[in-house]
Design a protein around this ligand. Structure first.
Ligand SMILES: Nc1ncnc2c1ncn2[C@@H]1O[C@H](COP(=O)(O)OP(=O)(O)OP(=O)(O)O)[C@@H](O)[C@H]1O
Length: 477
């Protein structure tokens, strides 16, 4: 193993050898060995297992929850309708986060929860199961649970998961409170509402949304949603308009310390499930980087990748809407069927574009951070970070959380997948080093002039990923 600095080709204009020592601890798998092969198993899914740390609140410590952790869904005492919904999805046993979190979230009296678990490990089903177990189905049009998410796409996806797991719960009505979905003169008539914070806030203020009987509030991607630089203020306002006794469930794959402190005030006395920092990355994702000689050459390298390999479904993350559209144009001119989706599109066209990708009518999705979180398309076998994720004023700092969420669009629920981050100059190189060091990632280096090796490494993972898609009866696109 060697560090990123010693493995990297010195990029044009970069002073690779002078990179600060404390930022060069990320390791890179020997470029001569086939790193991908070490990670892959047979055609079956990997065990979605990792250690979590559970901290119970005082009440829970005193009460000795009789359910402890549940090894089967049957042990949880769920309503039959909900259990049947989980079985219809071919969920054979709970994942770790489901096993640990569900007994705590289902306990009476209801308690708050802050739960962290890697991308693609079933957090959605965990909170949806809790919601469905608390709903009074004799009041189908009375809002009883609210889920807030950062994008319309995620709010719609969660709406779909509630409908699927709740398919045997007669009288279940689920509505998405997203821009353009609920007319100004109509009321929200659903027992479960999934929405984005701005639209939900407006609906409550205009008295279209009766929140008086809400029992559960879920905030998905909670670190992003509670961040005071972003959606935090809106989420706090929504919460202040809800009944004070509401059960609050906060979920994310990442919880930076500063947000976690705020989260514990937002969800007082919450039980907590946390991951160690080294366990944040999903083992099934082979993380690689492409060492590009310059920015202008990134595009031709991208084309060579797609030209050489039969990739299946993949997502390319870029920094700006403009570059998303530009790359789309150029790839289409090269004969690829490509979808570009970003915030400049109108809501309903965004829905149609994502559906096109989900249904496999388009195999390449080019997008910005708008789809970095939560989107679950199990057939995605490759994620490309065409631009390294950056944050802060002038985008000068690496953004490790966004990196994790972006690559987590592949390798869902025990599948394998590959991520390739393009670097080309000192800034991108140091940013990726910082991310690799933070999460202790073994990055596999790819170089553009060795396509044989690149093809071997990438194609091997992609083949296994496809074999898994065929193998797993519950695989969805
Ligand atoms: N117990 C289970 N058995 C089999 N598949 C499951 C189980 N629970 C969830 N899944 C599937 O795993 C996939 C990922 O789940 P989900 O989208 O909830 O992940 P997540 O943890 O919320 O990820 P992210 O952090 O990216 O939002 C989904 O396709 C879901 O249907």
């Amino acid at each position: 193993m060697a560090d990123l600095a010693s493995r990297i080709t010195k990029p044009e204009g970069a002073e690779a050898e002078t990179a600060p020592a404390q930022e060069t601890t990320g390791t890179v798998e020997d470029a001569q060995t086939d790193g991908a092969g070490q990670i892959l198993g047979g055609s079956g899914l990997q065990d979605v297992n990792y250690d979590v740390e559970v901290s119970l609140n005082e009440i829970q410590r005193d009460q000795q929850n009789p359910l402890g952790s549940a090894h089967t869904f049957q042990e949880l005492g769920l309503p039959n309708e909900v259990l049947n919904g989980l079985m219809a999805m071919s969920f054979q046993k709970p994942s770790k986060v489901q096993e640990k979190a569900l007994p705590l979230m289902l306990a009476d009296p209801p308690m708050n929860m802050i739960a962290q678990s890697q991308s693609g490990t079933g957090k959605t089903a965990a909170f949806v199961t809790t919601i469905l177990s608390r709903i009074d189905f004799t009041k189908p049009e009375q809002p009883q649970a609210l889920v807030l998410a950062p994008s319309r796409e995620l709010a719609r996806q969660i709406q779909g998961v509630v409908q699927t797991i709740g398919q045997f719960c007669g009288n279940l009505v689920v509505e998405a409170a997203i821009p353009g979905n609920i007319a100004r003169d109509s009321r929200v008539k659903a027992s479960v509402v999934t929405g984005t914070p701005g639209t939900v806030m407006d609906l409550i203020r205009r008295r279209q949304f009766d929140v008086s009987q809400l029992k559960v509030l879920v905030i998905d991607e909670a670190d992003n949603m509670l961040d005071l630089q972003g959606l935090g203020e809106q989420c706090a306002r929504v919460k202040n308009m809800l009944p004070p006794t509401i059960q609050i469930l906060l979920f994310s794959a990442t919880f930076p310390d500063v947000v976690l402190r705020y989260a514990t005030n937002f969800a007082p006395q919450a039980n907590q499930i946390k991951l160690k920092v080294q366990e944040l990355t999903v083992r099934g994702i082979s993380q690689m980087f492409m060492d590009c000689p310059s920015e202008v050459e990134k595009y031709s390298i991208l084309c060579s990748l797609y030209g050489l390999m039969n990739i299946g479904s993949s997502i390319i993350f870029v920094k700006t809407r403009e570059s998303a559209s530009e790359i789309q144009k150029r790839m289409e001119a090269d004969g690829h069927k490509v979808t570009a989706l970003h915030g400049a599109f109108e809501g309903s066209s965004r829905d149609a574009l994502l559906d096109e990708f989900r249904q496999g009518r388009s195999k390449v999705l080019i997008t910005t951070n708008v789809l970095a979180r939560g989107i679950d398309v199990s057939s995605v076998s490759m994620v490309i970070n065409y631009d390294v994720p950056m944050k802060g004023p002038g985008e000068r700092e690496a953004d490790p959380e966004t990196y994790l969420h972006r690559i987590g669009r592949t390798g869902r629920f025990g599948r394998v997948g590959v991520s390739i981050t393009f670097i080309y100059d000192k800034k991108s190189y140091e940013a990726l080093q910082y991310i690799a060091a933070k999460y202790d990632i073994d990055l596999i280096r790819l170089v553009p002039d060795d396509w044989d090796n690149t093809e071997k490494k990438v194609q091997r993972v992609i083949k296994s990923s496809r074999a898994q898609a065929g193998f797993n009866p519950s695989a969805r696109t």
